[in-house]
Design a binder for this molecule. Sequence first.
Ligand SMILES: Cc1cc2nc3c(=O)[nH]c(=O)nc-3n(C[C@H](O)[C@H](O)[C@H](O)COP(=O)(O)OP(=O)(O)OC[C@H]3O[C@@H](n4cnc5c(N)ncnc54)[C@H](O)[C@@H]3O)c2cc1C
Length: 396
Amino acid sequence: MNFEFSAAEQDFINEVRAFIHEQAQLPDAADVMAPDRDTDSMLSDTPARRRFNREMAARGYLGMSWPAQFGGSDKDGIYEYLLNEELARVGAPLIGKGVGIIGKSLIRHGSDKLKAEFLPQIRHAEIEFALGYSEPSAGSDLASLKTKAEKSGDGWLINGQKTWNTSAHFADWYWLAVRTDPTAAKHKGISVFLVPMSHPGITVRAIETLGEHRTNQVFLDNVWVHDDYLVGELNKGWVYICEALDLERFSIYTISPVEAKLELMWDYVKTETRDGGPLSALPAVRRVMAQLTAQVETAKMLQRRVIDSACQGGVPAVEAAMFKLYMTVLTQRMANTMIDILGPRGLLHKSSADAPTHGKWEWAYRATALDTIGAGTSEIQKNIIARRGLGLPYVN
Ligand SMILES: Cc1cc2nc3c(=O)[nH]c(=O)nc-3n(C[C@H](O)[C@H](O)[C@H](O)COP(=O)(O)OP(=O)(O)OC[C@H]3O[C@@H](n4cnc5c(N)ncnc54)[C@H](O)[C@@H]3O)c2cc1C
């Protein structure tokens, strides 16, 4: 068993670090890299972020694991993992939904027309996507979604409402799950379409979240889309959505910001004092810090299993569920622990001059709650592990 990266992989890590260092010297660097707020760059849009993404495209970093026939470099998925980890470490935009979710799904299931239209635009960082799954009464039980598409000429007329759609306020295209056969069993009557967000029948309204990230409600009124924009086969959407969710669970969650947070915690307890002695001398602090250190290492190993399975060519459903569950609960635990260690002042918002560590942990305490919900809640990850991993029976 070898947990080390190969020489070629290490060279790639060094290359990416050099790229990031170069980018960090540019005048707009602060708009692209936000190490304190590790998920910001994925959830907001700025000219600097788009420029950074185009720069990544120019370096050939987008679509590295795609087959060469679709403009990729036929590289192992591990390179995308290594790239994302380095980007996440400095809070820079990850390679994200376009490459990791929509691109990979289109390569597996898309028509030649969709591949020809979208894959080059994704690779060149020309377009952004939003995922339109959740609805006001369909989240965990996504298969009960009601947004409907009815046949209309050589296309489909879509009506309904989506919610919690991240990036919908700046995305160019919508990866949209709709019901195309209301008479079929609920998992069997769903299809996925690609819809331009600029369609006049689409209205986007902001939802501000606990973690200060914007997500959105999206209303679809008589949105007509041509047959060509159906992804894969009609009424097979559930299969594509499940695959895409598995891809999302491991292409979006990275470990390097968690390691960076642990380092910050260690720095704090080693340098701060309480009652005349260093915090790190207190048994309760030592115990919890040792536990967290072991748990971060465990999360890293769970992630390596996901990457290993993905590199063998599969969609790592159970491994990704374990990693997502463990990682998101761990980051929440780290924030809770740090709030305990900081004491009452730890609850101060960053706008207060007295807020320790510029309010980072107060923010993390709120923001990490969201990670346990997005891309499938912790309970749903447990269901995946129980049913798909352990073969336990389905209990409604
Ligand atoms: C920050 C963020 C970003 C998001 N981005 C997107 C996006 O881009 N696109 C999109 O479509 N959606 C997005 N979502 C929505 C997300 O996928 C849903 O919120 C999530 O799937 C839960 O659905 P729900 O909110 O309807 O809660 P519900 O499904 O109503 O769940 C409520 C509670 O019941 C529990 N529960 C439900 N069913 C079961 C069960 N069978 N067994 C045990 N417990 C259960 C849940 O775990 C949860 O605790 C985002 C959410 C967040 C928080």
